[in-house]
Design a protein around this ligand. Sequence first.
Ligand code: PA5
Length: 444
Amino acid sequence: MLTLDLSKATQFLAADAMKKFEAPVAEAQKALEECTCEGNDFLGWMHLPSSITPEFIAEINATAKTLQQECDAVVVAGIGGSYLGARMVIDALSNSFGWLQASKYPRILFAGNNIGEDYLSELIAYLKTVRFGIINISKSGTTTETAITFRLLKTMCEQQRGKDVAKKVIVAVTDAKKGAARTTADKEGYKSFVIPDNVGGRFSVLTPVGLLPIAVAGFDITALVKGAQDMERTCGIDTPYAENPAAQYAACRNALYAAGKKIEILANYQPKLHNLGEWWKQLYGESEGKDGKGIFPASVDLTTDLHSMGQWIQDGERTIFETVVSVAAPNSKLEVPSDAENLDGLNFLAGKRIDQVNKMAELGTQLAHVDGGVPNLKLTVDKLDEYHIGALIYFFEKGCGISGLLLKVNPFNQPGVEAYKKNMFALLGKPGYEKETEAIKARL
Ligand code: PA5
């Protein structure tokens, strides 16, 4: 379901570099399994896939069905871990031009992930023209970007559709007890789902945070979960080090980091995977970037970005390595046509699949980058469907947990995210921030 080829990365490492990580990886896996590592109150993602029951999936699908029946568009209000996973999966599985076509499923829109006045105004203008619903996703229930968006859209939905329908088409995904999103959901009588206490935002795509929007978009969450379940087994503590893809990935990237490769670029050759890069950046960046340490996660869409970032990757500072997510088989079939006049000189490609051209670009780029001193890890996914995306999600999550522990950081907290919030609240005069307001004024 997923193959990891490290041969073009390990050639940059000492012969025993991977072997040296075997014991630390085993220790990290044991700590994750036995909940003895730092951040052990956030390990709910570890066995989440295998704990999901058909009844739970049925409950999510039933709510998705209501939204599908009642809405032309559904706005997912959420930021960070509360939207990136759903966006990644929906994009990876959707027709690239589906938004231009009529569909039996609602259009999924994402908001609450920025504070752009134009973005929100333009969204509101569009929503005036359709029957819309909202999935309000926030674990804390208090995140400013999401809360402002929800305030705007809740009022609008109620005015447009009436309180009774609004109650049916607004769903909350939040904490079981605390936070404004919970208070509002309980008071208004919205259908709600709980984000488990022990699952952090960036590890939450397989909770209703991701599963509900994905189901509303018409995708098979049973297959998605099945892929994750199978990968949970494959990456489990009983799988030997050399055969465990998450262990190998975590070890290899840490060995490269120790050898001075400070930046990892996640590359894809399928435009649908752009948001895989966004989700992955949060997962690894927020988990590892702390205590003055951490590989900087970057992402590129290829071949597109070979015409913008290609020069830097090939020839810039040699502190990078590259992880390519390659899709073995496309879901469609298209060949380069023959042309009698051959004015563009492309007849040497006539009859070849577009994907074959893409694959040769991928191979040629891999070889060029390796020649240029960029270690290359290649992760091949058989195809883009729910099952394989589910497997990919769990692979990256498990790899991240192990990798963070190898780096000796707590992979499950994000203390650095609070700094901007404190300043923003002080600048906006939020009650309770009076001292910070005074302090910040003195700096301006
Ligand atoms: O991974 C995380 O914990 C964060 O990215 C959160 O998901 C993000 O800040 C949103 O938080 P909340 O769900 O509380 O609104």
